[in-house]
Design a binder for this molecule. Structure first.
Ligand SMILES: Nc1nc2c(ncn2[C@@H]2O[C@H](COP(=O)(O)OP(=O)(O)OP(=O)(O)O)[C@@H](O)[C@H]2O)c(=O)[nH]1
Length: 308
């Protein structure tokens, strides 16, 4: 183990304490534009709030008509815009220690002067560290909700989405449906072809599921070979059709397996949210439908029919 430098007992240093007090007072009262912005930015890890602060602080020194920021963080596009653009534009690719943290563009009706551009660069230099922290925070939050193998949402993401969906379905009365999909006899694939092939099939399944759904639908891996698809504004009948599309998409997977390509099938269970239904009950009904699909021969879809 590394030896840590021991802290020697020391005497009180009145002069140093007085200097610290003065320094704190100066820092607190400082009219320094950069220090003020950096201080405000350090109070939040929300990139959206930070961009609002940056826009406000810069506008006090360098007026502009619009600010646009875009970045792709953990497979998701982050976009922030404020104001309406003008014909003149200056754009900055924000980098720190070789890593990229998005592109920020300012628009204005009048041309930016060289002095103003230098000013913008100074402000952005002071903003980049807190922005880096905010970007990394988004990436960490996203990682906690992402399945490492397939890159789709994990069980935790599904739980959060079901909670939100139940509340929205109750508030707006629109139908929300849930499909659970489980690969058939997956253990045999692992046993006969190994886990690497099994993992590859799981990744291909996630891709197929994503291709088979609309942009507004979301897909999750919530167990070993179990997937869930959440469909807003989708009735029981429509969800059954989507589940069939998913089932056929899984059936179309071909993976190199020696002499003949390996194929796989999946079973689907569908449940449409009922009024005032808790997320766990909704999930349990979809699971029950899936159980029936498995019991009734696999490679098929069963719906937990709601009686209206
Ligand atoms: N390759 C791989 N296999 C996994 C992973 N997670 C779970 N599994 C395997 O998935 C298999 C699931 O087996 P079972 O629950 O018996 O289900 P099944 O063989 O698909 O049978 P049915 O669901 O009844 O059709 C087990 O062998 C697990 O080891 C994973 O991340 N990668």
């Amino acid at each position: 183990m590394k030896n840590l430098t021991s802290i020697q007992p020391s005497k009180t240093q009145p002069a140093r304490l007085a200097a610290l007090k003065q320094s704190f007072h100066d820092w607190n009262q400082s009219p320094d534009v950069l220090a003020k912005m950096a201080k405000r930015l350090s109070t939040t890890l929300s990139l959206e709030t930070q961009l609002g602060i940056i826009a406000e602080e810069i506008a006090q020194t360098i007026p502009f008509d619009a600010l646009n920021y875009r970045h792709r963080i953990a497979r998701q596009d982050f976009v922030f815009s404020t104001g309406m653009g003008g014909p003149h534009r200056c754009e900055y690719r924000l980098t720190l220690e070789g890593s990229y943290y998005g592109t920020l563009a300012f628009h204005r009706r009048q041309k930016f002067t060289d002095e103003e551009l230098t000013g913008l660069e100074m402000m952005l230099s002071a903003a980049i560290c807190p922005m880096r922290n905010a970007c990394q925070y988004i990436a960490i939050e996203q990682a906690a909700l992402t399945d490492a193998l397939t890159g789709i949402g994990n069980k935790r993401a599904l739980d959060e989405a079901l909670l939100r969906a139940s509340a929205l379905a109750d508030r707006h009365g629109a139908p929300w449906s849930l499909i659970l999909c489980d690969l058939d006899h997956f253990k045999l694939i692992n046993d006969n072809h190994g886990h690497v092939v099994g993992d590859h099939i799981l990744s291909r399944t996630a891709e197929k599921l994503e291709q088979a759904i609309r942009n507004s639908d979301t897909v999750y891996r919530f167990g070993g070979e179990e997937f869930a698809v959440l469909l807003p504004h989708t009735s029981e009948q429509e969800a059954r059709e989507v589940a069939e599309r998913i089932r056929l998409a899984i059936e179309s997977i071909r993976v190199d397996g020696g002499e003949t390509p390996l194929t796989v099938t999946g079973s689907c269970g569908v449940a449409t949210h009922l009024a005032d239904e808790a997320p766990e009950q909704w999930l349990a009904r979809a699971d029950e439908a899936l159980y029936r699909a498995k019991a009734q021969g696999r490679n098929c879809t069963r719906v937990f029919a709601s009686i209206s």
